[in-house]
Design a protein around this ligand. Structure first.
Ligand SMILES: *Cc1c(COP(=O)(O)O)cnc(C)c1O
Length: 371
């Protein structure tokens, strides 16, 4: 049996005629950049997250960059963030000329540990940038309190957390501004590159709207150094089609996660991901287990031999990448994140996964760790 890590073709097949119609509408209107198809998605997604504004952008990395700029973060400022994430979170901090300051993650959710954030706050700190990694929202209540007390912007990297919730609130809509990616492999994916910010703050939304379109506040009037980070019409149209299915897809991911737990709960060599207090709030972008002793490469090779594709998110912490060597972090600085990075293994997780594929994957993993 073949178990792919992700099957984007399956999703596209199931929506083929709807997507064709959506694409034809964009072509018919010649509404290629921003325009009515993007505006329609922006209102639908703002409503979905439960916030006033959504501003459509060209990708998630830009969303983070525009959010930081709109919050006034720049050279000399420090942004406290997680070492264990996709590198874009840190790129955005660097793009605006600020410095990422890393603190370790918590053992329960692999997200920014609020207890460590406070100690990292300095006079230069301007923002806290948690990532809702793997689809589980970071522990936001203590972060909100800290941000409040120290007058910091709380910016959410929700690129892996569409449809995730925290104490009832949708990811992205909890802090001052939330950033999404609609990279095709995300839980809500475009048919190309796309991203967005969401916020309840009118002024922030307006700033991002201006920044994304060459910083024009009117035609041929550029108020600051601007960008071209606009969302394409095709992406807005495709995302509007797919947003209607996001809740069903997320429910399927939750069922798959529950099945993995039933099938693998007794395998001592594998530590399964913990659910948040309300298990229904996890969006399961990825299903990541920790190997206790087994050699990861060997386990991956054994699974691949049986036809099961796996991945590692992420093998190297961001502060240990050559790009960030100049910051001077050393092994031992992030005991939890280093341990997770060394042992994590992502199993196949996508809505169309079948019961047979889950059983097959679980059995193959059980054998692979047994040696
Ligand atoms: C995917 C992702 C991004 C970046 O999104 P792009 O659309 O690929 O630029 C940012 N942060 C995290 C955590 C991501 O997973």
């Amino acid at each position: 049996m073949q178990v792919p890590f992700l099957d984007l073709k399956a999703q596209t097949r199931s929506l083929w005629s709807e997507l064709q119609e959506a694409i034809a509408a964009v072509l018919g209107d010649a509404a290629y950049i921003l325009g009515p198809h993007v505006a329609k998605f922006e209102s639908a997604f703002a409503e979905y997250v439960g916030v006033k504004h959504c501003v459509g952008l060209n990708n998630g990395t830009s969303a983070l960059q525009m959010a930081l700029l709109a919050c006034g973060i720049g050279p000399g400022d420090e942004v406290i963030t997680t070492p264990h994430t996709w590198i874009s979170t840190s790129w955005a901090v660097s793009y605006v000329g600020a410095t990422p300051v890393y603190v370790d993650i918590d053992r329960a959710g692999y997200n920014l540990d609020p207890a460590l954030v406070e100690a990292a706050v300095t006079k230069r700190t301007k923002a806290i940038l948690p990532v809702h990694l793997y689809g589980r929202v970071a522990d936001m209540d203590p972060l909100l309190k800290l941000a409040d007390r120290h007058e910091l912007a709380l910016i959410e990297d929700a690129a892996q957390a569409h449809a995730a919730r925290y104490r009832g609130k949708a990811a992205g809509g909890i802090g001052r501004i939330g950033c999404f990616s609609f990279y095709p492999g995300k839980n809500l994916g475009a048919i190309g590159e796309a991203g967005a910010v969401v916020t309840n703050d009118d002024a922030l939304a307006e700033k991002v709207r201006i920044l994304r379109d060459h910083a024009q506040d009117g035609r041929h009037h550029h108020v600051t150094i601007g960008f071209n980070t606009r969302m394409e019409g095709l992406q807005g149209a495709a995302l509007s089609v797919k947003l209607k299915y996001l809740d069903d897809w997320t429910a399927a991911r939750r069922r798959h996660a529950a099945r993995y737990r039933e099938l693998l709960g007794d395998v001592a060599a594998v530590q399964l991901p913990a659910s948040p207090a309300d298990a229904a709030e996890h969006a399961w972008h990825l299903y990541v287990v920790l190997l206790k002793d087994a050699d990861r490469r060997q386990v991956q090779a054994r699974l691949a031999e049986r036809g099961v594709a796996t991945a590692v998110h992420y093998p190297t912490l961001v502060p240990f990448q050559p790009a960030y060597a100049h910051l001077g972090y050393k092994p031992g600085d992030f005991p939890v994140a280093e341990s997770v990075a060394g042992r994590c293994l992502s199993l196949p997780m996508f809505p169309e996964l079948t019961e047979e594929q889950i059983q097959f994957t679980a059995a193959a993993l059980r054998d692979a760790v047994a040696g």
